[in-house]
Design a protein around this ligand. Structure first.
Ligand code: ADP
Length: 793
């Protein structure tokens, strides 16, 4: 930008210099020519005087005068005539007549000087002009000459006799001083005239430069600038695309690769007829690990997309800074939880030092402050291979209700070269790519951080020693809501509120609520249905806009979750049709837009279309639940403890319960794993398992008695899957064996193993009922039976 400005300024200066130099040249030439003209004019005037004098002299008389005639009337006549000239023409110094001396030179005839006249016959200083006059042509000296009377320029005019011959010469002397004075004074006035012209020319040049040249050059500059900007935007776009394609491909590859591994593991396990518990457990462990990798990759991908969206929002000036209350201690604890594991993964030491006197109740944009600090902490961990990451938080009250929050992140990592520090905050700029190519990143984090800080009135400072480590310090002004409570000893909180990774609890239940979920992709429906399973909401699904319209017309739903992009009819059109149908039962219910369209302005656009709210894919279960709580009828929402206290702590079951289950061959860990570590879900599953046991037993026994192997196979398949889900691997394996036997009509195996399997089923169920008494099925008297391993048989 600066170089482009310099370029246009240079062009303007060049044009102006050309104008100035040509004006000066023009003026110099003009002055020179004028000086010549002035000299000519002075000479002409001198000649005129000389000619005038010679014109009044009789050539025949002059010719005839010699030394004897001095004082004669003829002599006096000429003398008087010349004297009149001398006395009346102010400029001239002397006037006299001369003639050839017959020896090639010239001599005085008479001199009108009253004081020191030249005597008849005295020689006269020879000049070219004099000689020219001697030959009949009036002339003026071009250079001064000097004689006994001084230094002069003289004009010489010949006097002719009646025969036309030169009879003598009338000479008029002008002092050199007079001549030079004339010349310089006239030149001065000419120069000042030209100076005025020069000034005027310069003014005209400046005016033209301002009105024509500058705009022209600026326009050229702008064009050049536009071109350069377009080129650099193009380069940035290419770099960006290359970088993004790499960044996005990496997690997508991980998702696809890991998913492939899960599928293989699943089918190998499924096909293994003689699956034993350790093998099954190993397979499950593998699947768990792969799933965790998929989850991480998905989160990375989402983080990249969010960074891009954030950046585009900031660039377009569409990102607003919120102002809402938040707890500083919770923020610090969350940052600790987030960073600790990552640091531990890389064997780095991580420590937090927070000034205990800092007020806890603050107000500001917590999400953005968290984003800034998370980015600095993540970078510190990412770019450090050995040593430690330290996080220090302090503050300075700048007024009664304002705190300048200071956060410092210090690492012992790779450091940054001094010449690279300025590039840190440039978008898409990543340093040391030859060393960092395996480190995930978009080069957007610090650019976003810097811009967010600017928007909040904060700032960032970097101090780094290449190869040794870096210190990133930020200052963020926040409001103090109350100074009554301080954050206290933050160390005491660290680790206490650490959520169990992956633990999930629904924040509400709404068994009486009835919603419709619309999505053309069945797997997305499955995701939503499963995410909401524990809320007990009754869920209908539709796989097209048309089906959604039909179902909405027939049922009064409490809410509709509508996917936006669907073939044939998109979500917006389906919404309009539902709203416009006066007879539709659900034409007034809240409809929430479900879309992957998270770009700027999307929310406003969908709300403007008539959607009640908007949620982006991939769906975050917490956001989904929050949204449902907001839009479902209040009387149908029962908030659970988790939502009310907003805590993630889980009631860890008493080990006795789990011990009882383990004795019966149930591995609660496996069961919990299938329930996303949601213990409540697991307990519900166990209860359901035990509740239907009587019915299932009856079905299996009946099929055995009736030798209905086909149905036997169906029922035993179901026992296999449900036993697997609760962690009863042994029972599940035996059910698989009998399912295979039923499919093969292997009656002997069925008859040999059926009772054993049913006994195991009984043992498992009893253990469940002893842990969850309400799991006893209808008519089941086992709720009074005390389970003991002895009842195994
Ligand atoms: P990225 O997504 O690449 O981490 P950032 O904008 O957060 O993007 O950082 C830009 C670049 O600054 C990084 O690619 C890295 O080269 C450098 N950088 C950032 N933080 C650190 C740090 N703590 N130590 C060394 N280099 C860092």
């Amino acid at each position: 930008m600066t170089s482009k400005n310099n370029l246009s300024t240079k062009i303007i200066i060049l044009v102006e210099c050309i104008l100035l130099i040509s004006s000066i040249l023009f003026c110099t030439v003009s002055v020179y020519r004028a000086k010549m003209g002035i000299r000519r004019a002075i000479n002409q005037r001198m000649l005129d005087i000389a000619n005038c004098a010679s014109g009044s002299i009789n050539g025949d008389i002059l010719k005839a005068i010699d030394s004897d005639d001095i004082g004669s009337p003829e002599y006096n006549e000429i003398y008087n005539t010349l004297t009149i000239f001398r006395d009346n023409v102010g400029e001239l110094e002397y006037v006299y007549s001369i003639k050839e001396d017959g020896k090639g030179g010239y001599m005085f005839v008479m001199d009108t000087d009253p004081n020191d006249p030249g005597a008849y016959g005295d020689s006269v200083t020879y000049t070219e002009a004099l000689d020219k006059a001697g030959h009949g042509t009036a002339a003026v000296d071009t250079v001064p000459y000097s004689d006994a009377w001084g230094e002069f320029y003289s004009a010489y005019s010949p006097v002719f006799d009646s025969s036309g011959k030169v009879a003598g010469i009338i000479t008029v002397d002008f002092s050199e001083d007079w001549y030079e004075d004339q010349l310089s004074s006239q030149t001065r006035s000419t120069i000042s005239g030209h100076f005025v012209i020069l000034l005027f020319t310069l003014m005209v040049a400046a005016f033209l430069s301002f009105t024509t040249v500058r705009p022209f050059v600026r326009m050229q500059g702008r064009l050049l600038e536009g071109k350069m900007r377009a080129e650099s935007a193009n380069n940035a776009k290419s770099d960006f695309l290359a970088n993004m394609s790499h960044e996005i491909r990496t997690p997508i590859n991980a998702v696809l690769g890991m998913n492939e591994m899960i599928l293989r593991e699943y089918s190998q396990t499924e096909e293994n007829d003689s699956l034993d518990v350790p093998t099954a457990r190993k397979a499950l462990d593998n699947i768990g690990t792969y799933s965790e990798d998929v989850r991480k990759a998905g989160h990375n991908l989402l983080a990249i997309v969010n960074d891009i969206l954030d950046f585009s929002k900031i660039e377009a000036g569409r990102l607003d800074i919120a102002d809402a209350p938040f707890s500083l201690s919770s923020l610090i604890v969350d940052l600790n939880n987030m960073t600790l594991f990552k640091a531990q993964d890389k064997d780095l030491e991580f420590s937090i030092e927070a000034d205990s006197s800092l007020p806890d109740a603050l107000s500001g944009d917590e999400v953005r402050i968290r984003q800034i600090l998370t980015n600095l902490l993540n970078n510190a961990v990412k770019y450090t291979d050995r040593g430690s990451v330290r996080f220090m938080i302090s503050g300075e009250k700048t007024s009664d209700d304002t705190l300048l929050l200071k956060a410092v992140v210090r690492d012992t990592g790779i450091g940054i070269r001094p010449e690279d520090i300025d590039k840190l905050f440039t978008k898409f700029e990543r340093l040391e790519m030859q060393h960092n190519s395996t480190v995930e990143g978009t080069g957007l984090g610090l650019a976003i951080t810097k811009r967010l800080l600017d928007m909040m009135g904060g700032n960032i400072n970097v101090d780094s020693t290449y190869g040794k480590g870096s210190v990133f310090s930020v200052r963020i002004p926040v409001k103090i809501i109350s100074s009554d409570k301080t954050i206290g000893n933050i160390q005491a909180h660290l680790g206490m509120d650490t959520p169990k990774v992956g633990a999930y609890h629904e924040s509400f239940r709404a068994p009486n609520a009835h919603i419709l979920v619309v999505d053309d992709t069945k797997i997305n429906l499955t995701v939503v249905v499963n995410l909401l399973k524990s809320t007990q909401i009754k869920i209908d699904t539709a796989t097209s806009g048309a089906e959604a319209i039909r179902k909405a017309a027939a049922n009064l739903y409490d809410l509709i979750l509508m996917d936006q992009r669907m073939p044939e009819m998109d979500g917006t059109e389906a919404l309009h049709r539902i709203r416009d149908d006066a007879y539709s039962a659900s034409n007034r219910v809240p409809v929430i837009c479900l879309t992957a369209d998270a770009v700027m302005g999307a929310k406003d656009r969908y709300i403007a279309e008539g959607f009640s709210d908007y949620i982006t894919k991939p769906i975050d279960s917490t956001s989904l639940e929050k949204m449902l709580i907001r839009h479902l009828p209040e009387d149908k929402v029962i908030k659970t403890v988790a939502e009310v206290t907003d805590t993630v702590s889980v009631d860890i079951p008493v080990s006795d319960d789990w011990g009882t289950l383990r004795l019966a061959g149930i591995d609660p860990q496996t069961g919990l794993h299938y329930c996303k570590d949601n213990e409540e879900l697991y307990r519900g599953l166990l209860k359901e398992y035990a509740t239907i046991k009587a019915e299932k037993t009856e079905d299996l026994n009946r099929c055995l008695a009736e030798e209905n192997w086909q149905d036997y196979g169906v029922y035993v398949h179901s026992l296999k899957s449900t036993s697997k889900m609760i962690g009863a691997a042994d029972l599940s394996a035996q059910a698989l064996k009998l399912e295979t036997a039923a499919n093969n009509e292997d009656i002997d195996t069925i008859r040999a193993e059926h009772d054993d399997m049913m006994t195991k089923y009984e043992v498992v169920t009893r253990a469940i009922i002893s842990v969850i008494p309400e799991a006893a099925g209808p008519g089941d008297d086992r709720d009074v039976i005390e389970f003991s391993p002895a009842s195994d048989k």
